[in-house]
Design a protein around this ligand. Structure first.
Ligand code: NAD
Length: 477
């Protein structure tokens, strides 16, 4: 019997929608199950269920909320092998990463469990003698959460943790590419939360569009810039609050004084971790001419040593990319790099393995310029492009010459350069002697320009999105 991944509305599963197969990218002869797409009526039923459950959830005692979120986190941590295996099977990241992401999702819930207790307001002096002013925060209501496939459990967790902690109810629309992970997550949430507090509608862009134009109070979206634009336009019609986290072209500037081991290790991790399918992937390597050749040679050697294979095979370091569409898009960018005058140093091809899957070799292009499409558009695959510069100033200028602004790194042993870069790189996260990918979960995350719209996610600053302020005046008489 094939698994069916349907929608969860007011605590009940509904598998009645049109079904599409969920293919294993490591072995495309295998179908993991079928996703049943929600209808527009199911989407509005899910929103209505969340609406009905919201006042009750907001009124739940803080400690009880804390205990529930903690238990959700603990169950994800306890089941990270089982859930991580399904995640890796449908998304393609190596099992260690699938397991690690599930564990991290558990940590998000536990972090926000503690945040349930940190609901602290402010008091202000009034300009009118004898009047007291209190500033407090309340839930915004129903949050629609729309998530991508590349971190199918962690992104849902970093949105849902604060949404629930601050008293909101939720309708999640996970990516149509990773419905099985979403299904397992929903089973866990449904076990611990009161009916209607968490609802999920499965499906693609049409289901996401129905949710973002529905009667919700806020929409938090992670995905591509083009989708973010559509969601923001739809949500503003209802004056819903909007938060969009989107793509980027993250640079690492590698200086002539850099520790070469750090430069190579961090670039390797940043460019090829999760097969480059990270919004924080290091896709532009901006290298000082004095160390350019040595760096490229060492990075190519390290990339060639990476074991590309089935996500669940022992020793796999890079899994397949997530889908045929994604693979063809990345292969297309490899052709564009060549046409634009880039020099292929390693990779550039699809790979054959024991099972037929969407395997791509880690790919490096040199002799690229910042105005080439491969340095301006998000590729979202195991491919990185090197640019040569002759000074720190030129490196910084190129790093900032982009429509995006999520994360930027510099590899340097020069304190002055490091401090200048931290202040002047126009990005949401700036890193020194670290890759652009791999960020902590208890501090704000987000970008600038086209990478982000609205308040930051994660850490205690997430409350700026998931709460609304109230200013109360009292005349004690
Ligand atoms: P995508 O934009 O194609 O889809 C994201 C989600 O939006 C999916 O659930 C999809 O079904 C839904 N969707 C599609 N069209 C919609 C519409 N018209 N209305 C409402 N919902 C719609 O992105 P993807 O391919 O799933 O993910 C990859 C993208 O996500 C990359 O651009 C990556 O950079 C970005 N991303 C950003 C972050 C971040 O935090 N900045 C993190 C991870 C991924």
């Amino acid at each position: 019997m094939s698994n069916v991944y349907g929608s969860l509305i007011n605590g009940e599963w509904d598998n009645s929608g049109v079904q599409t197969p969920n293919i294993n990218p490591s072995d495309i002869s295998k179908t993991l199950g079928h996703m049943a797409s929600a209808t527009p009526v199911q989407v509005s039923d899910a929103v209505a269920a969340a609406r009905a459950a919201q006042p009750g959830w907001e009124a739940v005692k803080l400690e009880e909320k804390k205990n529930i979120l903690h238990a959700i986190g603990q169950e994800l941590i306890d089941r990270c092998d089982e859930i991580g295996k399904i995640l890796s099977s449908e998304e393609g990241k190596p099992f260690a990463e699938g397991r690690g992401e599930t564990f991290r999702a558990g940590e998000f819930y536990q972090y926000y469990a503690a945040e349930c207790l940190r609901q602290i307001g402010e008091s202000a002096a009034s300009v009118r003698p004898g009047i007291n002013i209190e500033i407090s925060r309340e839930a915004i209501g129903v949050a629609g959460l729309i998530t991508p496939w590349n971190f199918p459990i962690a992104i849902a967790a970093w949105k849902m943790g604060p949404a629930l902690a601050y008293g909101n109810t939720v309708v999640l629309k996970p990516s149509e590419v990773t419905p099985a992970t979403a299904h397992l997550l929903a089973e866990v949430l449904n076990k611990h939360l009161p009916r209607g507090v968490f609802n999920m509608v499965q499906g693609g862009g049409d289901v996401g569009a129905a949710l973002s134009s529905g009667k919700i109070d806020a929409v938090s979206f992670t995905g591509s810039v083009s989708t973010g634009r559509k969601i923001a336009k739809a949500a503003i019609e209802n004056m819903a609050r909007i938060q969009c986290e989107m793509g980027s072209k993250n640079p690492i500037v590698i200086m002539d004084n850099a520790d070469m081991n750090i430069a190579v290790d961090q670039s390797l991790h940043g460019a090829f971790g999760a097969s480059g399918q990270k919004c924080t992937a290091s896709s532009r390597l901006i290298v000082h001419e004095k160390v350019h050749d040595e760096f490229v040679e060492k990075l190519a050697k390290a990339a060639e040593a990476k074991k590309v294979g089935h996500a669940l095979s022992e020793g796999t370091e890079l899994g397949p990319v997530v889908s045929e569409t994604q693979m063809n898009k990345i292969l297309g960018y490899m052709d564009i790099a060549k046409e634009e005058g880039g020099e292929l140093i390693t990779g550039g091809t699809r790979l054959e393995r024991d099972t037929e899957g969407y395997y791509l070799a880690p790919t490096i292009y040199t002799r690229t310029k910042n105005d080439m499409r491969v340095n301006r558009e998000e590729i979202f695959g195991p491919m990185t492009c090197v640019q040569k510069v002759s000074s720190y100033e030129e490196g910084l200028e190129i790093a900032n010459d982009t429509e995006f602004g999520l994360a930027a790194s510099i590899i340097t042993n020069n304190l002055k350069e490091a401090e200048h870069y931290k202040r002047n790189a126009r990005y949401g996260s700036v890193l020194v002697n670290l890759a652009t990918a791999g960020l902590d979960y208890h501090v704000p995350f987000g970008g600038r320009n086209s990478s982000s719209y609205g308040p930051r996610e994660q850490g205690m600053h997430a409350k700026d999105f998931y709460t609304i302020m109230k200013t109360a005046y009292t005349n004690p008489g």
